[in-house]
Design a protein. Structure first.
Lengths: 288, 356
């Protein structure tokens, strides 16, 4: 049978192509374009090759910010994942408590990032903030504006407050999908509470945990709004993450070339790390 | 191994049951012998799993007591009752190997490792998974997984009872036979008290010494397969056991004679029936004789099922099934007679005695 060639099909996919082009391809290519050229405004561009990439990779500023990012992600993952599992395990499985807990858990997730930032910015202020004022009244020397450690603690606690719920909700979804028969069988097999967690709950939560881990990693690695609102990257550069650094370079100093190179490197790091995590976590699954 | 006493057990899932219909399990009061093989048989939702879970301790009965060897275990947890239970769908520990899955119930009870190894190898051999002992349980097929569940139920040698909740549902028919006969052999060998829940009558009848037929939250009859077949205590048992089930015809009883919509049948005894009861006559299709004498029937369909033919007919304005040997001719003017010893009389669905 002869195939009928019908070019109308292209028109059907055209809207999607246009949408993807405008939303992803064109902006990304613009960035690529900036990253290999130098400009002094007036729409004059000079070929710069890989200079900007070399510059960025050789700057301490970049490595310092990257280290801060990695440290921040590591700390919040190390706290949010176990804490999320712990809360999910203790959430009620049925009754009136379920909707109450779910709504309470969802609340932080519904608040816009900059509002979260503002809340904590005010909350932590020593002069008027509930937290800052209380701590000061208790005689604890707390000030996130000029103490590096306090600034980090504030950001980490804020992120935990904002995002642990996501881990909780994902784990909870994994937990409630475990059929009752598993718990009954474990009881009959005489399994301890720890064995039930280790051999039933954890394996069954594995997939949702992988998603939770990746989402939290990517989000925390890209964090911008909250530290920008709370600490503005300070004190000094103590909480200047890659994203804040990027905005400073691009908009503050208007160095479009280095900023574009930095964003591409930033993008590739996230992509690479996510891929590594995903591969490591799923290959253990495939080994039988 | 233990004798199990169910002492006036009742169970309702909802709070504060008032009327009998609030109870998912109506009063059960029975003694089950040590080393007996019992099958709980009944349609879905009849309360058999509820009863099983009450025995295993996964469920607390709303009322009544349960005793193992005379000791009250009603408030003991499943662990303390020392029960093994196999569920309908495979429950395996994904991250463990097949071997570790089977060893799990033993290791949790701190059985010496040498003994664990001996028991696990024995069970692996029985369920035919010896060659996969070191593999992760996750990659197995559904029926292999169910065999592991079954094996975990059998691995402990000191259990009070082993409970099976429709364990062979996911196993393919051939393997069902093999596993069932292995269970039967194990039962003979070790004398475990076994309780087996099923809705498949063949499974119940081949597995158990005593079959417990449940209907609508109530035990309607406990008996040997032969008793269930010949003297069903309740019309439900007659209908549920046997293929096709018992013919149940509305009947008017007058002394020792029965009036089936104009057709008279003589009984060998005079059943005592309370006034106003709904009376019925039950007769198994196997005991209806088709010939040239007796009461006229109209044949609507003949099903040939190999060694036998099932004749579907209309008798006294009621459908009736008759089992006929495959070589027997079906007469052109068919008439039937009932084997007088095989007639059962029911008042309000319960069998009326007066045994001759």
């Amino acid at each position: 049978m002869e195939k009928t060639w019908n070019n109308k099909a292209w028109f059907m996919v055209l809207p999607v192509l246009v949408l993807v082009a405008f939303s992803a391809v064109i902006p990304l290519m613009t960035v690529v374009n900036y990253s290999v050229q130098d400009t002094f405004g007036n729409n004059e561009f000079f070929w710069a090759g890989t200079d900007w990439f070399t510059d960025v990779l050789h700057s301490d500023r970049f490595w310092d910010a990257l280290t801060r990012n990695l440290a921040f992600s590591a700390v919040i993952l190390a706290i949010e994942i176990p804490l999320g599992i712990l809360i999910a395990l203790n959430m009620p499985k049925k009754g009136l408590g379920v909707p109450v807990c779910l709504v309470l858990m969802s609340l932080p997730l519904l608040i816009p990032w900059n509002v979260v930032g503002t809340i904590w910015q005010v909350f932590g202020r020593v002069d008027i903030g509930l937290l800052g004022y209380t701590l000061a009244a208790l005689g604890i020397n707390y000030n996130y504006v000029n103490n590096v450690f306090d600034a980090w603690v504030t950001l980490i606690v804020m992120d935990i407050w904002h995002w642990t719920s996501l881990v909780v909700l994902l784990c909870y979804a994994g937990l409630v999908s475990i059929p009752d028969a598993y718990y009954q069988a474990a009881k009959i097999d005489g399994a301890s509470r720890w064995s039930v967690f280790r051999y039933i709950q954890l394996p069954k939560m594995k997939r949702v945990l992988l998603i939770a881990f990746l989402l939290r990693f990517m989000d925390s690695f890209m964090i911008y709004t909250e530290p920008f609102v709370v600490t503005g990257g300070g004190p000094g550069n103590a909480t200047t993450f890659l994203s804040i650094d990027l905005v400073k370079t691009a908009i503050g100093q208007f160095d479009l070339g280095p900023a574009a190179a930095l964003s591409l490197i930033y993008f590739l790091i996230i992509l690479l790390l996510s891929w590594i995590f995903y591969t490591v976590m799923t290959t253990s699954d495939a080994q039988k | 191994m233990a004798r199990i006493n169910l002492d006036h057990i009742r169970h309702a899932y909802g709070p504060k049951p008032k009327t009998p219909s609030d109870y998912s399990l109506k009063e059960v009061h029975h003694e089950w012998n040590d080393g007996g093989a019992y099958a709980l048989l009944g349609p879905s939702g009849c309360g058999k799993t509820t009863l099983l879970n009450i025995i295993s301790g996964l469920l607390q009965p709303s009322e009544g007591k349960i005793l193992f060897d005379g000791k009250d275990v009603t408030n003991l947890s499943t662990q303390d009752r020392n029960i093994a239970q196999v569920f309908q769908f495979p429950v395996i520990y994904d991250t463990m190997t097949v071997y570790d899955n089977l060893a799990f119930p033993l290791r949790n009870r701190h059985v010496p490792e040498g003994e664990v190894d001996r028991r696990v190898k024995e069970i692996l051999d029985m369920i035919g998974l010896s060659d996969r002992a070191k593999k992760k349980a996750q990659g197995l097929t559904a029926d292999q997984k169910q065999k592991i569940s079954l094996g975990r139920g059998l691995v402990r040698s000191d259990v009070s009872a082993i409970l099976f909740d429709e364990p062979l549902t996911v196993i393919d028919p051939h393997m069902k036979w093999v596993l069932r006969s292995q269970l039967k052999r194990l039962h003979k060998q070790f004398g475990f008290t076994m309780v087996y829940v099923t809705h498949d009558q063949t499974e119940a009848l081949t597995f158990a010494d005593k079959v417990v037929v449940m209907y609508d939250g109530e035990i309607v009859q406990i008996g040997t397969p032969a008793e269930l077949f010949e003297k069903p205590k309740h019309t439900f048992v007659g209908y549920f056991i046997g293929s096709p089930g018992m013919n149940v015809l509305p009947a008017k009883i007058d002394g020792s004679s029965v009036d089936l919509d104009g057709q008279k049948v003589a009984l060998s005894f005079a059943p005592k029936i309370a006034a106003g009861a709904k009376t019925e006559l039950g007769i198994r299709p196997e005991f209806v004789r088709l010939g040239r004498e007796g009461m006229p029937v109209t044949i609507s369909k003949v099903e040939d099922i190999g060694r036998q033919k099932i004749v579907r007919a209309s008798f006294a304005n009621r459908p009736i099934a008759i089992v006929v040997h495959e070589d027997r001719e079906i007469p052109s003017e068919p008439k039937i007679t009932f084997d007088p010893n095989a007639i059962n009389i029911y008042a309000d669905s319960w069998r009326v005695g007066g045994e001759a």
